[in-house]
Design a protein around this ligand. Sequence first.
Ligand code: FDA
Length: 315
Amino acid sequence: MAVLRQTMLAASRSEGVRKFVETAPYTRDVVRRFIAGETIEDALRTTGVLIDQGLQVTLDHLGEDTLHKVQADAVVTSYVTLLDRLAAAGRGRKAEVSVKLSALGQAIDEKLALDNARRICQAGRAAGTTITLDMEEHTTVGSTLRILSQLRAEYPETGAVIQAYLRRAEEYCAELAYQGSRVRLCKGAYAAPEDVAFGSRTEVDRSYVRCMKVLMAGRGYPMLATHDPRLIDIAGALAVLSDRAPDSFEYQFLLGIRPREQLRLAGLGAPERERGSVVRVYVPYGQEWYGYMMRRMAERPANLGFFLRSLATTS
Ligand code: FDA
């Protein structure tokens, strides 16, 4: 399993594999389950469907590892346009955006990424919504946390992400568990060395529980991003123990994964007064779906089998 995951994560960074996968005839059918589509219209349509079902949304304009300033600028423009459209559609209260700093030029210059993120935060505030900074490769964690703290000086509503697989995750959670601090906790989707990250599933899951305890007992707003049924059960128990109101934390899922569980947690189908937790769905859209899809495949052999069959099909 670990070898398969490493292979898929290595493939997620290979140009040759990317070209092959992107042009395979049936790939798009599989991709459609996890990605809203390639355009803003696709993203808005999916957002509308989810919100109308009683869920909330965080939108991700796909793309990462930008190496040119002009390209980073185009990403900012896409996000600003998206936020304007969300506001115009009256979706600003229930839909926010997730942003990858690597797409904003973090590898070129940290200050460039900060300035670009600031422009998106400004547009977010104008649209009445928030921005969350996705967490990427372990080498960027320090830089991302620095940018987060600078953004929060002006935009305290900016969300952070902590990856439980990091050995320092619990420490980061303790630092971020303050009043008003929105923190998404996920397991972590990138390849990382043993000295930085836990290697086994059990260790990662235990770290997730420790982090969740810190966040749920803290004063911030935890955003528990996992599909793991055991961890979701523990989250529910911690909410009771910490005496948290249903609107003082949220569950987050990726689009296309455990959709029935999303609705169950939100208590949909139940009368209004019995509605359950806040549930937010991460909705990726755009043409650069390759890296995102490969990380999803690395997580789950069942997805991978389905995907490989689609690559092997030629007619
Ligand atoms: P894991 O993959 O270990 O699965 C645990 C269990 O969950 C499985 O045994 C199964 O029971 C259930 N399950 C999982 N997938 C399923 C499926 N497809 N169908 C049915 N059951 C399934 N990562 C990162 O590094 N940086 C980030 O910024 C983010 N952001 C982010 C946002 C959101 C909203 C989510 C949900 C996730 C992320 N991630 C992320 C990805 C995250 O780090 C992690 O890789 C995936 O969520 C997969 O981990 P799980 O917690 O789902 O557990």
